[in-house]
Design a protein around this ligand. Sequence first.
Ligand code: FA5
Length: 332
Amino acid sequence: MISKIQSRIEEYIKEIKTANNHNELNSIKINTLGKNGIIKNLLKDVLDREYDDDVKKNAFDYINKVKQQITQMILKKKTEIDDFIQNSKINLEYIDVTLPVKNNNIGTRHILSSMVEKIRKYFIFRGFDVVDGPEIDREFYNFDALNIKKTHPARQSCDTFYIHDDWLLRTQTSTMQIRELSKKTLPVKMVSIGRVFRCDSVDSTHSPIFTQMECLVAGRDPICIGNLRHELINFLSFIFDNKNIDIRFRTSYFPFVEPGMEVDCLYNGSWLEIGGAGIVHPNVFSNCGIDGKVYGFAFGLGIERIVMIKNNINDIRFLYDTDVRILRGLSL
Ligand code: FA5
């Protein structure tokens, strides 16, 4: 009897081996292992016939072995078919990133990033340390050491994003004055550019996240407003590509400078405010552990403001647009 079924089983095994897809495999599965499949019928056949117990046992053993063999083969084939489908998909979706671009419809560097890079290069060339600092900082660096009183309105949670305890999102890059001065290695000539955060509502000139640059020059040699003005004029004539740029100071109050002022520059016939500046307050030096006579000036400018002035943009939201056609049109 066994020899009779052997040839049929071998045929099925051959079919399993050559099956090309899940449908073919499924029908083989039904024909062999299914309710009316060859295995079930064989078992029934052996049960129904009047064989000796020994013959029946041998037949059952053989049929079960065949059942296991077919089950394993079907499983193996199923994995092979799955792998084949997966690999075909991968081959179909393969992209050769080393091929040349077909058209010039590719992205462009954002104008703000380019401006930051331009400013960094300028100050590196002029011998400044261009440093980066944390956007998440402590009250000490953002307020305390900058001589900003505990009662100052800028410290309120309606102006500053607090994270936890005295941790906050820095509201100004002036934090970097403290970080650099705390190293206590004079003289300091540093510039830092980065994102700052304020609970300002969005309007045409304000954004809750924007970019500032900070410049600090400090040392034991006397420094006066003339030095500050000279540095600002040099920098702004480079940025605005105008050797005769005019700036003006308007008295203002920033607790970390004395005197403090707002800086305006004359552009296309109008005075436009670009930031704050002043002579570093002695308390800032002592808060950083620097004693004795020290002099310094500092200024902080809004980078968005500079890009807006240069490109005659009157809405800051324009700068956060990601349309490359618009971004390509802006000048540095
Ligand atoms: C300051 O942040 C001071 N740290 C600047 C400073 C540094 C003064 C060193 C003295 C010495 P102020 O808050 O004015 O100052 O911000 C400076 C500039 O950032 C502004 O002139 C403006 O150009 C820009 N700015 C301020 N708030 C926003 C905002 N919400 N969105 C976009 N730009 C802003």
